[in-house]
Write a protein that binds this ligand. Structure first.
Ligand code: SF4
Ligand code: SF4
Length: 403
């Protein structure tokens, strides 16, 4: 089914979707998918009728949203993140929703240019809004390596963050600088949370992140009125709470010791495990095997390429050479080796639990500070209240232990 992409005209999101040709049935189906993403690992939602009810509830909440104020900046980056989001295949409900949610300012997709574009940014920055950032911020030499309209990206980010009620860093570049920040980091690139310290930043990691995860993160904020529960890297736990290795379809081959030794061998043709040719799935937290890309057309490991760990901090420096296997731990078999390496590299379990709890407490404090300006105020909907309690240190700690 292909829909018409139209700008926000009037009324609620549901009314705008209807005018784009999206039926209530299709919107509920889309929302049931989002509800399932929020509830990854919740067995009750595996039942079709429960998923449909959750989808209907989410469709009611999301559909009732009035015109959003969203600033979507693209700083030092390659546009791959937005391409991932908008070029998933035919014009999907997701694409229509995301277009409608990101209408105020986005350099890549907005029709306006020059002074009209700058005015759109200034006007939206003057109101409460949700800020989405793609790309890193180069700080070296006064930030001259990326400027827009004569301003450095640091200046643009600080101005846009001032009235932001919620900030999402989308893509590895915005989260930690990614390839630009790899040694020797010639532009002094950093991620958003290195600059913005007084508000929580939700890190939607990946190079690029999965379109559904970007949409789901935004939808979560819009329907819950607060940030989703985050891990110690600031990533939404609903999407980044599990390792690729744990839901990889090649895992039975890993457990059976069946490894691809080179990309053209018999094991490669049989779809065996890619650990020996450099797969970083054992140390990478991401839902890639579940959601995949381009309407579930495929994903790297499915296509025979090892995971390079792009959702993990500093993966260019930590995980290269990409085609060499994870370091061996003397004295352990290969299963234990990969498991140990996974835990050791991510630092989220075992000894990491205490640190995680500390970080969570800090984030919870920052969350409390941020909720003084409810993100729903960005929609002129100050009556809307968060639908459930803010995450507590205990619940997040429990979540870490569960992993
Ligand atoms: S995270 Fe990857 S896809 Fe996104 S802007 Fe950076 S380099 Fe491009
Ligand atoms: S090492 Fe990589 S290919 Fe092998 S099972 Fe783990 S995630 Fe899958």
């Amino acid at each position: 089914m292909t829909y018409e992409i139209k700008p926000w005209r009037a009324g609620t999101l549901a009314e705008n979707l209807a005018s784009a040709g999206v039926s209530r049935r299709d919107f509920v189906k889309f929302c049931a998918g989002l509800a399932a993403i929020f509830a990854v690992g919740t067995p009750e939602l595996a039942h079709a009728s429960a998923a449909r009810t959750a989808g209907e509830e989410l469709a009611d909440k999301l559909g009732a949203i009035t015109k959003p104020n969203v600033v979507w900046l693209q700083l030092q980056e390659c546009t791959g993140c937005m391409e991932s989001t908008l070029r998933s295949g035919g014009t999907t409900v997701e694409e229509v929703v995301l277009n409608l949610l990101s209408v105020n300012y986005n350099e890549l997709v907005m029709a306006a240019s020059g002074e009209a574009a700058e005015k759109a940014l200034d006007d939206t920055n003057a109101k409460e809004h949700i800020l989405v950032v793609n790309g890193s911020i180069p700080l070296k030499d006064g930030g001259i390596y990326c400027t827009i309209g004569g301003k450095t990206t640091e200046q643009i980010l600080r101005e846009s963050a001032e009235n932001a009620t919620m900030i999402l860093a989308v893509g590895a570049c915005a989260v930690f600088g990614s390839v630009q920040a790899a040694k020797p980091n010639p532009t002094g690139a950093v991620g958003v949370d290195e600059i913005i310290k007084d508000k929580p930043v939700i890190n939607v990691s990946g190079c690029p992140p999965i379109g559904e995860v970007i949409t789901a993160s935004l939808a979560y904020i819009l329907t819950h009125g607060k940030a989703p529960e985050l891990d110690s890297e600031g990533r939404p736990l609903f999407a980044y709470g599990q390792r690729i290795h744990d839901s990889c379809p090649r895992r039975p081959h890993f457990d059976a010791g069946q490894y691809v030794r080179s990309f053209d061998d018999a094991g490669a043709r049989e779809g065996w495990c890619l650990y020996d040719v450099g797969c970083k799935g054992p140390s990478t937290f991401s839902p890639c095997p579940i959601f995949q890309w381009n309407l579930k057309a495929g994903w790297p490991i499915g296509a025979g390429h090892p995971c390079i760990g792009c959702t993990e901090r500093d993966f260019f420096d930590r995980f290269t050479p990409f085609y060499e296997k994870l370091p061996q731990v003397p004295g352990f078999g290969i299963e234990i080796t990969a498991e140990k390496v996974g835990l050791g590299l991510t630092g989220l379990v075992a000894a990491g639990v205490a640190a995680h709890a500390g970080v969570t407490a800090a984030r919870a404090a920052a969350d409390r500070k941020a909720t003084r300006n409810s993100p729903m105020a960005a929609f002129g909907d100050t009556a809307a209240e968060p639908t459930d309690a803010a995450p507590t240190e205990e619940t997040t700690e429990q979540n870490s232990e569960d992993k």
